[in-house]
Design a protein around this ligand. Sequence first.
Ligand code: HQG
Length: 181
Amino acid sequence: MSCKDKTKQTGKFLSLILRHSPETIGITLDEHGWADVSELIAGINKTRPVDMKLLEEIVERDEKQRYSFNDDKTLIRANQGHSVHVDVELEERIPPNPLWHGTGEKFTESIDKIGLIPKSRLYVHLSADKKTAEKVGSRHGKPVIYQIDTEKMVKDGHKFYCSANGVWLIYNVPREYLKKT
Ligand code: HQG
């Protein structure tokens, strides 16, 4: 396996641990989603080799900047995308108008009825550009892109959050703010 493949695979595993199932390697996250770096390295090492150098490389090179260390690099967390209930201290912000959401065609019937819901994650994920939404949508088959009227949502009192890596998050998007493009 090439070095790049190894980094990618371990990155995917890291995402699973830090967002969805830390118990897979016998660790826990604190209430803010932080994992202890030494425990994490020891835990991952039970299934594949990893050291601090590789972990730093994954964090630095991740194309979406999915992970953050604390200042002294003793703790690490995912910036967004969790299904486990943690509070990653998201910043409430006024979003650009519009935002975009990419999904698979198979989900549109339900979305058109009840709007966007987070399903297994804590938040609905929105993108500031249509191109990113297209990429996200194509993970689910034939992509369909929704445009979100954020100006109206803000006026109506909906709260938007921005993660440390610039992903827009919201609890749900009722259907009246959605326009299929
Ligand atoms: C859909 C990746 C039926 C929703 C990406 C989505 C993203 C509904 C799917 C991040 C629905 C959930 C998140 C409804 C929403 N009925 N289906 N009412 N409301 N859905 O993977 O947004 O690479 O949990 O449209 O790039 O695809 O992992 O969410 O299609 O930023 O960092 O239910 O994950 O980032 O799928 O992706 P997901 P997502 P990472």
